[in-house]
Design a protein around this ligand. Structure first.
Ligand code: SAM
Length: 288
């Protein structure tokens, strides 16, 4: 029994909340530990119980489930903590991937932490991390920024903030909005903005596309079937590498450097250009 190998094991007076990742497409990506935990807990709190029952029956697991979704999780959270306090073990799952990552579960885990209940992860698939790991973009520093906003103005600001962060940005995009979102990206960040699309990860039609936003729009317009499916988009940070500093920015810093030290010049240029001072300084040091 895998749960017994865990420090938070069955048989203790208090129960444990297991936050269990499930596959994002390929069912073989479920872990042995996830299967043991799902088979052994007293109850599974699931985003969509019908969806989870399909997964469980695929693996021959019959388990008691309860619904935990965005609309009831605040009320359900206390009930789950009460179950844990009465010695029951509970698993938390979402429809796919890691719970809480653009999925329900935050209210429950937060309350468990506040009230001292045990919470332990059963890690596995997460679309954001799977996409990043194969994107070819910088992975030393990155940010996950959820779904892009639905409204164009907010979305443009979201995209500008993403590249100005200076680190790789990963976000989820809905298939219905992908073309509108890419049009906004072109308008807000320019035709040459580099972008990586990761689609249908771990499924039959898994696709990665890297190129400029204009090239991506052309690729998706050429065959509209390519617009369908589950999508992750990734943007490189503006000054993540030296090519990303515009020649104008370099020239400005060089002019300022006649009057002040490089670090100060980067600070002034960063204020003027709306960039991060440290990222600009680092990028200038990396210039040949
Ligand atoms: N909790 C999940 C995770 O760990 O990745 C994410 C849930 S969120 C509601 C669903 C979004 O994740 C989709 O709209 C899509 O943007 C992304 N996603 C989920 N599965 C994916 C897949 N197989 N390929 C690409 N993106 C995926």
């Amino acid at each position: 029994m895998l749960i017994e190998n865990n420090s938070n094991n069955l048989g203790e007076e208090l129960g444990t909340l297991f936050v269990v990742a499930t596959p994002i497409g390929n069912l073989d990506d479920i872990s042995k530990r996830a299967l043991s935990v799902l088979a052994e807990v007293d109850i599974i709190a699931a985003e969509d119980t019908r969806h989870t029952h399909k997964l469980l029956s695929h693996f021959g697991i019959s388990a008691k489930t309860t619904a935990l979704h965005d609309h009831n999780e605040k009320q359900r959270a206390q009930q789950i903590v009460d179950w844990l306090n009465s010695g029951k073990n509970v698993a938390l799952v979402s429809d796919a991937g890691t719970p809480l990552i653009s999925d329900p579960g935050y209210a429950v885990v937060n309350l468990c932490r506040e009230q001292g209940a045990k919470v332990t992860p059963v890690p596995g698939a997460c679309a954001a991390i799977a996409a990043l790991s194969c994107s070819g973009l910088a992975t030393d520093k990155f940010q996950f920024i959820g779904f892009s906003p639905a409204k164009s103005k907010a979305r443009k600001e979201f995209l500008i903030d993403a590249v100005n962060s200076g680190v790789t940005s990963i976000f989820y995009e809905s298939t219905h909005r992908i073309m509108a979102s890419l049009d906004d990206m072109r308008e807000a960040l320019g035709d040459d903005q580099q972008v990586v699309l990761a689609k249908e990860l771990t499924k039959s039609f898994e696709t990665f596309f890297s190129g400029s936003v204009v090239e991506l729009i052309a690729f998706l317009t050429e065959d509209t079937v390519r617009q369908k499916g589950e999508i992750v988009l990734m943007l490189p940070g503006k000054v993540a590498n030296k090519e990303a500093i515009s020649p104008d920015a370099v020239r400005l810093i060089q002019l300022l450097q006649d009057q002040m030290p490089l670090k100060k010049a980067c600070g002034v240029a960063a204020d003027y250009l709306g960039l991060k001072k440290n990222a600009l300084y680092k990028a200038m040091l990396e210039q040949d």
